[in-house]
Design a protein around this ligand. Sequence first.
Ligand code: PRX
Length: 655
Amino acid sequence: MSEPEIHPVPPGFAARAHVDAAAYAATYRRSVEDTEGFWCEQAAFLDWITPFTQVKDTSFALEDLRIRWFADGTLNASHNCIDRHLPAKADVPAILWEGDDPAERRTVTWGELADKVNRLANVLTGLGVRQGDVVTIYLPVIPEAVVAMMACVRIGAVHSVVFSGFSAEALADRIADARAKVLITADEGRRGGRAVPLKRNADRALERERAVAHVVVVRRSGADVPFTPGRDLWYDEAVAAAAPHCPPVAVGAEDPLFILYTSGSTGKPKGLVHTTGGYLVHTGTSWRTIFDWHEGDVFWCTADVGWVTAHTYKIYGPLLNGATSVLFEGVPTWPDSSRWWSIIERYRVNIFYTAPTAIRSLMREGEEPVRRHDLSSLRVLGSVGEPINPEAWRWYHRVVGGGRCPIVDTYWQTETGAVLLTPIPGAVPNKPGRAGKPYFGIRPVVVDAANAELAGPAEGNLCFADSWPAQARTILHDHGRFLRTYFAPFPGRFFTGDGASRDADGYYRISGRVDDVINVSGHRLGTVELESAIASHPAVAEAAVVGYPHPVKGQGVFAYVTLKGGIAESEGLRGEIVTRVRDRIGPIATPDVVQWAPALPKNRAGKILRRILSKAAAGDFADFGDTSTVADPDVVADIVARRRAARVDGAAGVP
Ligand code: PRX
């Protein structure tokens, strides 16, 4: 890849920024030389109930893994996110909400947010939810999602938000794994003019998971949905009847704050556990720094509440700082493809944070929908979730940002809780496609396959040498998997699962996952999870799923499917397989291509040779490398012949 151009910090920006180039260099050096001292100072950002006496107690050694931050301190997340802003901001908007239908708008002030959170916290207590219990939240992007999260943490309960695009089966899996007691959902969601049947999905999930004693249902659309007396209660009625004050409980810094599921390289989703003190310190302070937020700025992150991006930098980050943010329920292309730009204009958004896949899809609509709106309020743009290709970066910078806004390309993960690499605006000039430099206190290392650290410009596996406060502490009910996945591959280090290169200026470029995870439109999907969903169809003998380059999604889902003997290939069956995946996981996992494979290429030990399947899927037939290990070479020839005959959007070498 050629070296990208450098975009200096825009004139005038650095003068007002929280961090300039000199401050970045000095603070970064200090933060890695005295990591404890640095984070100790950062922790003053929060209100603590019991002050901590120890900052950091961490070790990445496999036999002695410890990730503990501020361990003997106590605090309450909802107090820090809401109560402490009330004296100055009770009447100031905390949330500017717009529904899928542009005519639906609501402003929620800090005072109103506090009132709803207190009341819902009392409702939950009344339903028997106690400190440490898990509440699953399956809601669209509506203010009640924020209220629900805050109500949980006010009483020390642990929220587990499940993306509202996940199917009933995926929801049931996550409820079961978390052993949730209460579910909070809505009658329906709305996306792109269509209804999302949340209550129906919830009811189906609960046919299987009967341990959930109560379901709190938000009336979002007013649709007539089934209601189970004794189990279900309406949110609005329960909140109206509840007592208006609920004192925030003292929670240990190392007590869990939330669980969030993500895909890994085995079939079962991982419930990453985040704890309270460290997560809030890192989230609150980094949000302010990386988006260069100043009092009065309006922030908008487009992520759905079901993902870590929304947890950290749409909900907790702005709330901890008392910032006003936009919440939008819908999609960028409905009613038309200027929807996002109209929202930026309407709410005078100053800081806008989204994903490369959305930028690529809006780029296809041309500049006209953007030009129709006044985006002069924008000052900082952000990108997250997948590598941003330089072409999309330049369009975002020039057309959306008018050439004057720095782009913070933030690299992090569900596991990392908060940002690890990013070009802090005002301090680090941008290079399109590069995720910048380490955040304060963060020590990235690039290692080769033998775990040797590579110095200077290098390419290899991206690891981190030391802990940071927002790091996930474990996988719920499976600490062994936590150790095996993140700490065993490169002993002494945290392994991200990503490949990366570092250039001569110390900028990092993420090349993508090096494990069995694919990144589709910024969503992580485990190939094994997809394969199990496909193989659960009775006609399927075996399936192998790989990612392939997709012009909008970054990666698309390419499924090779072997049918059971005697079953004929048909378009009908192809449709059933696609539906099976949507039912098992959700629409985000829809296979882009299903190619029939009478057999899959395997080595003599029976292991599927994914490298060959990935290359064929990408239309890269030139060099399959060493194929001498393939047990049956005719299988490869057949795969290639069928792939050549297929039309695949965007892949190289399409016939
Ligand atoms: O592959 C990296 C990619 O997204 C993965 C993490 O996904 P998830 O846990 O869903 O969190 C996404 C939002 C924080 C990473 O392992 N990724 C995330 N941010 C970037 C990225 N790849 C390149 N550049 C980024 N800025």
